[in-house]
Design a protein around this ligand. Structure first.
Ligand SMILES: [Zn+2]
Length: 358
């Protein structure tokens, strides 16, 4: 097999379902926005700041990890800054060869300077639209869908769910809940999920990252999640062996083709996996779960879609066939309409990989 070059991974079309807007800012942008609002940063040198984010996220200290988001969220409190961050996000993803991305953020975290929830969403949607347009002008086509996140420790999920549905025709394609899993089961937000189901809307739930099977079980069987944010702990329901034996929940997840939004580097940083080489993605792919590859927080993990793919190529010896499989899995699991998903698979993804697979 011909070795896969990093620059070829960048060029090939990729699809991303799990990326946080407040986890993907450019360090230089943080420095500029912080100066505008008088927010104090650990350092104002963009390069050093970029390193600081990765080191803090690597430290194993929850306090330091949360501090990273305190800085990014602090500089995203005005319509202009939200719009800029979203625009740059779309541009950065497009430059990395991402052709379809779902980017999520929690509107309730951007209300410190008098914006309303609707204004926050409108600013971000405008930024994505601008970024998409600018990327297209540079010959890089990307489609960005927005997911609205509610914080699982808070009590605004119903309000955020209604906000998402209100903006469904202008770019919001789904809903999510995020935040500490322990002590905050997804069933606390049943009203919101039942409302979304009645509205025929899509949602994913952060579950089975730090916390185990009960969280995944609740997300699927009580809340009706379309996808699992991470879901990596589903391996706890698989008994190793030849062949491995799936418990009832793992079997259900695989039978129903429930997508797993796996984020290799992020999972290593939070301790959900010991290393990339030991990440359950290898086993889950072999067992043909609906596995997708994602970035989670590009800034905190110092990563990109291409880098995540390259790490998997290195750790598991994957070739273009596997990278295409991950990419098509993600497109099949996207929250945009079926005909649009199919068009991207048939007209963008398959022709590009076909050239490499020859
Ligand atoms: Zn996440």
């Amino acid at each position: 097999m011909v070795a896969i070059r990093y620059e070829d991974i960048v060029k090939v079309p990729k699809a991303l379902l799990h990326d946080h807007l407040d986890g993907g800012l450019r360090p230089a942008t943080i420095v500029e926005l912080a100066a505008e609002v008088g927010h104090e940063l650990p350092t104002t040198d963009p390069e050093a700041l970029g390193r600081w984010f990765v080191e803090a996220a690597d430290s194993g200290s929850l306090e330091r990890y949360l501090e990273t988001f305190a800085h990014t969220v602090a500089v995203m409190q005005t319509a202009d800054s939200l719009r800029r961050v979203a625009r740059e996000c779309a541009l950065d993803l497009a430059a990395d060869g991402v052709v379809y991305a779902e980017v999520r953020f929690a509107p309730e975290q951007h209300l410190e300077r008098d914006l309303t929830l609707d204004q926050v969403v409108e600013a971000v949607l405008a930024g994505f639209a601008e970024g998409t347009e600018q990327a297209a002008a540079q010959g890089q086509r990307i489609r960005v869908g927005t997911l609205l996140t509610a914080m699982r420790h808070a009590a605004r999920s119903q309000e955020i769910a209604e906000l998402a549905v209100r903006h469904r025709d202008s770019g919001v394609v789904g809903f999510d809940i995020a935040g500490a899993e322990a002590g905050f089961p997804p069933t606390r937000h049943l009203d919101a999920f039942e409302y979304l189901q009645r509205e025929n809307f899509h949602f994913t739930i952060h579950a089975g990252e730090a916390f185990g099977l009960p969280s995944i079980w609740q997300a699927i069987q009580w809340c009706g999640a379309d996808r699992l944010g991470h879901g990596v702990r589903i391996v706890d329901d698989i008994t190793p062996g030849d062949p491995p034996v799936l418990g009832r929940l793992a079997a259900y997840v695989r039978d129903k083709r429930i997508p797993l939004e796996l984020c290799p580097s992020s999972n290593v940083q939070t301790g959900a996996a010991a290393s990339i080489a030991e990440h359950p993605i290898g086993l889950l792919r072999d067992l043909r779960f609906r596995v997708t590859v994602n970035t989670d927080n590009r800034l905190m993990s110092g990563t990109s879609m291409s880098r995540e793919m390259a790490l998997l190529v290195e750790a598991f010896g994957y070739g273009w066939k596997e990278l295409q499989w991950f990419t098509i899995n993600a497109m099949k699991s996207a929250f945009i309409p079926f005909d649009e998903r199919l068009r991207i698979i048939d007209e963008v993804i398959k022709p590009a990989y076909a050239k490499l697979l020859d």
